[in-house]
Design a binder for this molecule. Structure first.
Ligand code: NDP
Length: 248
């Protein structure tokens, strides 16, 4: 079940956290995994070691998803090297949290540049090889706050909500070409991104979560693996929530 043998997958922001767990899950299922990172090459190499240790194959490619020229040339090179690109996981993301009154235009721009523009650039560069093969999977990593909102996250939550609009539009645009496009919306997951929250905030988040615990990156990766698989062939334009019941 959920085999991805011979498939090639690109995971943006695969160097750490949820992205790393996604790389390992896809590799375990048989996909060749291209691990993207922006600046932390050591962490990306660590992901590659985890992929190899899990019996999988992969490579590491550094580029900033917010730079369209870099995205184009890197993704063209991946598709050329492997002769295909079957799965794109738009996972790279940043959170610059700030109350609206204090939010600087450059913080808003940087958040959208990576979280939204980056996902669009990567999808645009990946769609050609997918259309040629008449099959493909694009999975966008949104967030619970896209639908639930969260004080202090005007830039981040709006960017994650934009990914849901993008998911639905691309799902309609490329369904006839055999490409499905879905989103996963994680709740509070234990990674570098959330490690800076203070203890009382973490306890409050757990209190608001019916399953009464934080999530693990592997639990998000399992949802991505499902959406990438043949078993999910009839699912497109959907948001799969992996949030412990925090938003239902
Ligand atoms: P981390 O901060 O642990 O990792 C972020 C990853 O994104 C790193 O691999 C980083 O690369 C990469 N990255 C950031 N900016 C860019 C860029 N411009 N170009 C390429 N890569 C980039 O994040 P998480 O694992 O926690 O989050 C992964 C995704 O899941 C994000 O989209 C996040 O918004 C989303 N999410 C996370 C939740 C959570 O609770 N953790 C909840 C809901 C959604 P590098 O290592 O080089 O810095």
């Amino acid at each position: 079940m959920f085999r991805l043998d011979d498939r090639v997958a690109l995971v943006t922001g695969g160097s750490r956290g949820i992205g790393r767990a996604v790389c390992v899950a896809l590799a375990k299922a048989g996909a060749r995994v291209v691990v993207n990172y922006r600046s932390n090459q050591d962490a990306a190499n660590e992901t590659l070691r985890a992929v190899t240790a899990a019996g999988g194959q992969g490579s590491v490619v550094g580029f900033d998803v917010s730079e369209p020229a870099a995205v184009d040339s890197a993704i063209q090179a991946v598709a050329k090297e492997h002769g295909r690109l079957d799965i794109l996981v738009n996972n790279a993301g940043i959170a610059l949290d700030q109350l609206l009154m204090r939010l600087k235009p450059e913080e808003l721009a940087a958040t959208w540049a990576t979280n939204v523009n980056g996902a669009i650039y990567c999808a645009k560069a990946s769609i050609r090889p997918m259309m040629r093969a008449k099959q493909g999977r694009i999975i966008n990593v949104s967030s619970v706050v896209a639908e639930a909102g969260n004080p202090g996250q005007a830039a981040y939550s709006s960017s994650k909500a934009a990914l849901i609009g993008l998911t639905k539009t691309l799902a309609r645009e490329y369904a006839s070409r055999g490409v499905t496009v879905n989103a996963v919306a994680p709740g509070y997951i234990e990674t570098d991104m959330t490690s800076e929250l203070n203890d009382s905030l973490q306890q409050e988040i757990v209190r608001q979560t019916p399953l009464a615990r934080v999530g693990k990156p592997e639990e998000v990766a399992a949802a991505v693996l499902f959406l990438a698989s043949d078993e999910a062939a009839y699912i497109t334009g959907q948001v799969l929530r992996v949030n412990g019941g925090m938003y239902v």
